[in-house]
Design a binder for this molecule. Structure first.
Ligand code: PMP
Length: 457
């Protein structure tokens, strides 16, 4: 049957099955392990349940990862464009971070007090991202959770606003869906009792009218957003959207919380810094300590002062902000190494040049095969989207999704030695990704497109 994105369904299913079989044939050890472990130890045989959600029939076990390369226990070498879904954006086991780990080896990992790196890291955060006051967390989910508490405390308001298709980690307040124009608790949540839709409203991205009508109620503590949406395909802001949002939020005392966990792919200060977005609160996690679990959240002086002015009464009680291992010495040492030696203009220049080369090559192949697809890019991060034109909100992005086509591309590319980020067609170019890696990927991508049962030719 014909389809919107130019690929015949029945033939596609056969191709996916053939590629999955080839994946299994080249991985006898991972396959045997999956069969053996599916019942014992870890639930479903994996330390995190989502490790089974990749399009491959079973997870490959990774023996080692270095720079932008993975090797599985069956000896398959893979060029990694997933990079731990950004956790390893600056490479696997980057040398400066490994040195920081070794340097900390005899000085302790966690002691509930600042280490000697703390002042330098605080100064670097301030200088790099522009906000004056910072705190740490272990995950980006937690950093978002704490930043939302800060926004609510500073404004005395309960409601927050998010965009349809967002993902800010497991921060409960952000886990809603937009269904027929109504915000409801995200349908896939497990064990959720409180209804986040009572205090969270969700609107479509780029929708100025919906934004204006919610802001007019003057009861929204903060808008929490990625400056470019990256978790539902990739959705770019329309020209002027962020200026409009910033002007209108300021008018009604609503704060702006930018989650730059993925859009840090733009440059050393993130997308907001590069485009002058002026957030009141800022979050970045994942790669900020080179793959060691750490995240940071920053605040304006005004938010900081209101937050801590509210604190004395509860000084020795639980604030709901902070966890025991947050701000520990290992995190600080690794974050310092990452900020000083990995998140450098030189590394970003290399990453952006590589992403440009990748983007140009993919666009040429899409044109050559006359596919109704396009690429969307934010710095070193690139997404292949199955529509001819950019999408402007999550409804359009969802309409463009095609699970079978996506799975086929992923597994076929993996069989040729290239790993994409699961759940969408996202690729990251790290500082170690070479021109030769990109050229080899483009050759493999061309080969896979030749195998696709296209209806367009
Ligand atoms: N923010 C964004 C934009 C994310 O994409 C993610 C995870 N994909 C998170 C926050 C949460 O990160 P973590 O799972 O490390 O807490």
């Amino acid at each position: 049957a014909p389809s919107a994105n130019g690929v015949d369904r029945g033939a596609l299913a056969a191709l996916l099955a053939a590629e999955q079989a080839r994946y299994g044939d080249s991985r006898p050890l991972s396959s045997a392990r999956a069969a053996r472990n599916s019942k014992g130890g870890f639930s479903g045989g994996v330390p995190m349940h989502w490790m089974r959600d990749w399009p491959q029939p079973f997870p490959m076990v990774i023996e080692m990862a270095e720079r932008n390369r993975l090797r599985d226990i069956d000896g398959n070498d893979i060029v990694d464009f997933c990079l731990g879904d950004t956790g390893a954006m600056f490479g696997h086991s980057p040398v400066p971070v490994m040195q920081a780990i070794r340097g900390q080896e005899t000085r302790g990992l966690t002691f509930m007090l600042p280490s000697a790196d703390a002042d330098r890291v605080g100064a670097l955060l301030q200088e790099r991202f522009g906000l004056p006051c910072w705190q740490m967390a272990v995950t980006a989910s937690d950093a978002n959770r704490f930043a939302i508490r800060a926004a609510r405390t500073a404004t005395g308001r309960k409601r927050i606003l998010v965009f349809d298709g967002c993902y800010h980690g497991t921060a409960e307040d952000t886990l809603v869906d937009l269904v027929d124009g109504k915000t409801i608790a995200r349908r896939s949540l497990l064990g959720q009792v409180q209804d986040p839709s009572l205090t969270t409203v969700m609107i479509p991205f780029n929708d100025r009218a919906a934004l204006a009508s919610e802001l007019a109620k003057k009861d929204i503590a903060c808008v929490i957003a990625e400056p470019v949406m990256t978790n539902c395909g990739m959705i770019l802001p329309e020209d002027g959207f962020w200026d409009y949002l910033r002007t209108e939020t300021r008018k009604v005392g609503t704060l702006l919380l930018l989650d730059e966990t993925h859009t840090i792919s733009t440059g050393p200060g993130g997308y907001g810094r590069a485009h002058g977005l002026e957030p009141d609160l800022f979050v970045v996690g994942k790669p900020v300590a080179g793959g060691v679990p750490a995240a940071v959240w920053g605040m304006s002086q005004a938010v900081n002062d209101k937050l801590f002015a509210a604190r004395p009464e509860t000084e020795h009680g639980h604030s709901g902000i902070g966890t025991t291992l947050a701000g520990n010495a290992l995190q600080l040492a690794c974050m310092r190494a990452t900020l000083e030696e990995l998140m450098t203009p030189e590394n970003y220049a290399r990453m952006l040049a590589g992403a440009g080369q990748l983007d140009t090559g993919i666009k040429a192949l899409i044109a050559q095969h006359r596919l109704p697809w396009h690429t969307a890019r934010v710095g070193a991060r690139l997404e292949i989207v199955f529509t001819p034109e950019p999408v402007k909100n999550a409804a359009e992005a969802r309409a463009a999704q095609d699970a079978m086509l996506e799975s086929t591309l992923h597994v076929a590319l993996l069989n040729r030695g290239f790993l994409l980020t699961p759940f969408h067609n996202m690729m990251l170019v790290g500082p170690d990704t070479t021109q030769a890696d990109i050229a080899a990927f483009l050759a493999a991508f061309g080969e896979v497109l030749n195998l696709l049962p296209l209806e367009t030719a």
